[in-house]
Design a protein around this ligand. Structure first.
Ligand SMILES: [Zn+2]
Length: 100
């Protein structure tokens, strides 16, 4: 399973990362050129890819979800997941539950 529960278990909150804009080639020789923030993103806890944070939640490919304690068998855990990854993860967790 790609998802590692123990990695997110002790986490207080889902970390937010900041993507910096790449320096334009013409500006590389300019010492005073400042790196600019491009966008913020979460890292998907399932596949590790970026989930870009946008003002409009509907346009995002994923977001923060809370896994209920019935699934994690311990406590509620906040995770960052793509919509498609959430489906896959829920399927895996359900499967594990049944196998026990
Ligand atoms: Zn993902």
């Amino acid at each position: 399973m790609a998802f590692k529960l123990y990695e997110v278990f002790g986490r207080v909150d889902v970390p937010i990362y900041v993507k910096m804009k790449e320096k334009p080639k013409e500006a590389r020789h300019l010492i005073r050129y400042k790196a600019e923030k491009d966008y913020k993103y979460y890292k998907c806890d399932y596949c590790g890819e970026e989930i870009k944070i946008m003002d409009n939640r509907q346009e995002m490919t994923g977001g923060i979800d809370v896994l209920p304690s019935t699934l994690t068998k311990t406590k509620e855990i906040k995770v960052a997941l793509h919509n498609k990854c959430l489906k896959l993860l829920l399927k895996e967790l359900e499967k594990e539950k049944k196998e026990q």
